[in-house]
Design a protein around this ligand. Structure first.
Ligand SMILES: [Zn+2]
Length: 132
């Protein structure tokens, strides 16, 4: 039996959104996310491993059960598009945080160096060299 899939040239297939992975959010859901933690171990099968902390979250020692929410990861990303880069850094380095000062998500690599996204507002060195 042929398993060949129908494919029309010039089209792309858009998969349905998956709402099957959960994450933890600490703080008020409407406030911006300022910190992302990621752990590789999964507590349950739908666990994404991500934990988000918003600007209104209490200090770690003051967090109560009321501050901790379980949310769908996909829906959280729709609601908080600002976390996309934080997610990438946290997945790579375990944690990331938003820096107002740098205007960027930041993380720390294995050697203790700070890792941040280029802002996109300024041309990077390579780009500058290529200019007339
Ligand atoms: Zn969802």
């Amino acid at each position: 039996m042929s398993m060949k899939k129908t494919r029309v040239p010039g089209t792309r297939v858009r998969k349905a959104d998956d709402h099957d992975r959960g994450c933890v959010l600490i703080g008020d859901t409407d406030d911006p996310v300022v910190l992302v933690h990621y752990r590789r171990e999964r507590v349950v099968s739908w666990d994404s491993g991500f934990e988000f902390v918003t600007s209104s979250a209490p200090d770690p020692e003051d967090i109560s059960d009321d501050d901790i929410k379980l949310l769908c990861l996909h829906c959280l990303k729709l609601r908080h598009p600002e976390v996309e880069r934080g997610l990438l850094l946290a997945r790579a380095y375990g944690s990331s945080w938003w820096s107002d000062e740098e205007g960027s998500w930041m993380a720390e690599d294995e050697d203790g160096n700070e890792v941040l996204f280029a802002s996109g507002d300024e041309p990077d060195d390579a780009g500058q060299e290529g200019r007339p």
